[in-house]
Design a protein around this ligand. Structure first.
Ligand SMILES: O=C1O[C@H](COP(=O)(O)O)[C@@H](O)[C@H](O)[C@H]1O
Length: 265
């Protein structure tokens, strides 16, 4: 069972980030009240990182027991560990470096191996990185399996956060790409139309196993993608239409992003 998408509008990107942050804190507190812990999947992207900054400055930040939150990523740019392009690095700078998370509960996707002094790349799959995104995807699949719930290949995510690209991508699932129809939980992406070209991503089945999936979107440049996502298109042409959770599928948008949705201006 999946939940029908619900749309919640906010005035502008700043209000959206703060309101989504408050909503996320509440959701994590609720999960911890029910189970003693929570499981969260982060996104990259402008509004996704703005949301994390807003969590950091929210007065209720300490209501969450951050030491009991598992932190995963929905996608990652397959670049060197310290690259500013890494969604992981951006999330750490925006939030994770500033709250008492348990380092053992932070699960970044693998990065590109650093070249050795001789110019070669280090071992294919090691703590220092990977030579190809397939190896990083395989490692993440295995990591997810270590926390998976019975009958599933992945953990019971409480919330999956997703940004939206102007052509309708979520995570690194781009229109008409092999990843958007993949059935394994994590795959490598090559020739990505948005740089950097190599990425690692959760697939739609992994995303759809979550209790709640939230698409967070701001800006007029996303208005066509939002309209297309509510037009009856399918996930191959508009991957965001596959962003649905088991209990809740939430679209959190600012007015500019929703400006081409009939009836929502
Ligand atoms: O490349 C990516 O893009 C999307 C959307 O980013 P935005 O800056 O246009 O909001 C993001 O959700 C994804 O995680 C990221 O890798």
């Amino acid at each position: 069972m999946t939940a029908e998408p619900e749309l919640v509008l906010h005035r502008d990107a700043g209000v959206l980030a703060r309101a989504a942050a408050a909503r996320l804190i509440t959701r994590l507190v609720d999960a911890q009240t029910a189970r003693g812990e929570a499981s969260l999947v982060l996104t990259g992207g402008g509004i996704g990182i703005a949301l994390l900054r807003a969590v950091r400055s929210n007065p209720a930040l300490d209501a969450v027991d951050w030491g009991k939150v598992d932190i995963w990523w929905g996608d990652e740019r397959f670049v060197a560990a310290g690259s500013p392009d890494r969604n992981e690095r951006q999330a750490r700078e925006a939030l994770l470096d500033h709250i008492p998370v348990d380092p053992k509960r932070i699960f970044p996707m693998g990065h590109l191996a650093a070249p050795t002094a001789g110019g070669d790349v280090e071992g294919r799959a090691s703590a220092s990185g990977y030579t190809d995104p397939e190896s990083a995807a395989a490692e993440y699949t295995a990591l997810l399996a270590t926390r998976a719930v019975a009958g599933s290949a992945v953990p019971s995510f409480d919330v999956v956060l997703l940004g939206l690209g102007p052509e309708g991508h979520v995570a690194s699932l781009f229109p008409d790409s092999p990843a958007v129809v993949a059935t394994e939980p994590v795959v490598a992406v090559h020739d990505c139309p948005k740089p950097p070209p190599e990425r690692v991503t959760l697939t739609l089945p992994a995303i759809q196993s979550a209790h709640e999936v939230w698409v967070i979107v701001a800006g007029e440049e996303k208005a066509d993608a939002v309209a297309a996502s509510f037009s009856g298109a399918g996930p191959i042409t508009i991957p965001a239409t596959g962003a649905v959770g088991r209990d809740r599928s939430l679209w959190l948008a600012d007015r500019a992003a929703a400006s081409r949705l009939p009836g929502w201006q």
